[in-house]
Write a protein that binds this ligand. Structure first.
Ligand code: AMP
Length: 407
């Protein structure tokens, strides 16, 4: 189905044309007619499916038609990055319309707070906010949501994982009961279903989950001891011409250490983690998106929700704890039908976790032998219980945390 077949406002259609949007993605085909028909919706969909446009376009269209001069739509998201990204998409789609929006995400200066206050009191049409910051404004008593028509929760599962459940309930209490609610979530654990039951009315359910990595991703793995990870990574980064690489680590400390270590080895690298100021994070992301930076080392902040095109390589420096997180991480590459590579380092303790990932994918992921110069490597025996975390296979002591620190 093409966008030209939808009954969209001509100014919205013009914005879409400028952005090069022609054909609807599957989630857009399913969701847009439902949103236009004022139905509540629960959608299982991940970043990369086109979900942002699936909720923004019909809402912008309705606001343009009603010529609303009040806050019509509240979009709640887990992270600042996602708030900014949705606001940027919004600016593109609504460019030729008179629909206004503002992203509210905290961590900025007093001027930003005042600007947000103005948007909230004067009725920006669409407010995109992280839960904590919105609560700060709600507590001041001037937020006007009495005419709100749409509530959208994006990455709902992540919000619950981050402990925003109480904040969400507090916010929802401030909203009119007569409204349309749309909930998007990458996964559907029971707590998401409970939340849906409480805040949605007879929702239609859509499921576009990518339960497997995209076909264009070449996946492989090295079965290693921790100390072998860094030299293998160096070899990969030096040998092959990857122009845009994301390396995921599970912990903030590992991210910082690896950044330092790659920087010392003269790679073009920066890191993104929760200790950075918002402006610093934006700067790093901008440099990476503009290809001024080859390597981005990150914690899971980035694995969901953030849309960066044409990444040639994703490295999982650690195996992600949750098998679905692997799909999210690997999903950073081979977007929009291009090809990419994903390489995972599996230490002995992570072998079971990696097996769960292979089970979720439904196939075994190719294991590349560790270069001989780096000495013997562990065998891949995920069914075996690796019960002695203090020793590696050769009986030498290793402490993953300290090892990372000393690198
Ligand atoms: P999302 O899943 O919302 O993060 O979208 C992923 C990427 O796909 C974004 O860069 C969108 O701009 C792009 N996109 C979404 N829908 C379409 C479409 N129908 N045609 C072309 N690009 C799209």
């Amino acid at each position: 189905m093409n966008f030209s077949e939808l009954p969209f406002d001509p100014q919205l259609a013009e914005g879409l044309q400028y952005m090069g949007f022609e054909k609807l993605t599957p989630i857009q085909e399913q969701a847009i007619p439902l949103v236009l028909a004022n139905k509540d919706l629960i959608a299982c969909a991940q970043t990369g499916t086109g979900k942002t446009a699936a909720f923004l376009l019909p809402v912008i269209n309705k606001i343009a038609a009603s010529k609303a001069d009040y806050t019509d739509t509240l979009i709640i998201v887990p992270t600042r990055e996602l708030a900014i990204q949705i606001d940027e998409a919004m600016q593109g789609f609504a460019y030729f319309t008179s629909v206004s929006s503002l992203a509210i995400f905290g961590g900025n200066d007093g001027i930003a707070f005042e600007q947000e206050k103005r948007a909230l009191t004067q009725g920006a049409n669409i407010i995109i906010s992280t839960p904590g910051r919105l609560i700060s404004h709600l507590n001041m008593g001037y937020v006007k949501m009495d005419k709100l028509k749409h509530l959208i929760l994006d990455e709902a599962d992540r919000m619950l994982d981050m402990g925003f459940s109480d904040d969400l309930n507090k916010i929802i209490k401030h909203l009119p009961k007569e409204r349309q609610t749309l909930m998007f979530s990458a996964t559907m654990p029971p707590k998401i279903r409970t939340l849906a039951k409480n805040i949605l009315r007879e929702p239609t359910e859509i499921n576009i989950s990518l339960s497997k990595p995209a076909a264009g991703v070449t996946q492989s793995a090295y079965v290693v001891y921790d100390k072998q990870k860094a030299p293998i990574l160096h070899g990969i980064l030096k040998d092959k011409q990857f122009s845009s690489v994301i390396v995921f680590c599970s912990r903030k400390e590992s991210v910082k250490n690896l950044e330092r270590e790659l920087f010392r080895a003269k790679f073009s690298v920066s890191a993104i983690h929760s200790d950075l100021e918002q402006s610093e994070r934006n700067e790093v992301l901008r440099n990476f998106k503009n290809k001024n930076l080859q390597i981005l080392v990150a914690t899971d902040i980035l694995s969901r929700g953030i849309d960066i095109d044409s990444i040639s390589l994703v490295v999982n420096y650690d195996v992600p704890g949750d098998a679905e997180d692997y799909i999210h991480r690997v999903g950073r590459t081979a977007r929009a039908e291009t090809t990419g590579q994903a390489i995972t380092f599996i230490n002995e303790m992570d072998q079971r976790k990696f097996k769960r990932i292979e089970d979720l994918c439904g196939y075994e992921i190719n294991k590349i032998p560790v270069p001989e110069a780096l000495g013997p490597a562990p065998a891949y025996t995920p069914e075996k219980k690796h019960s002695n975390p203090g020793k590696d296979k050769g009986g030498r002591s290793y402490k993953p945390r300290r090892f990372q620190k000393n690198k």
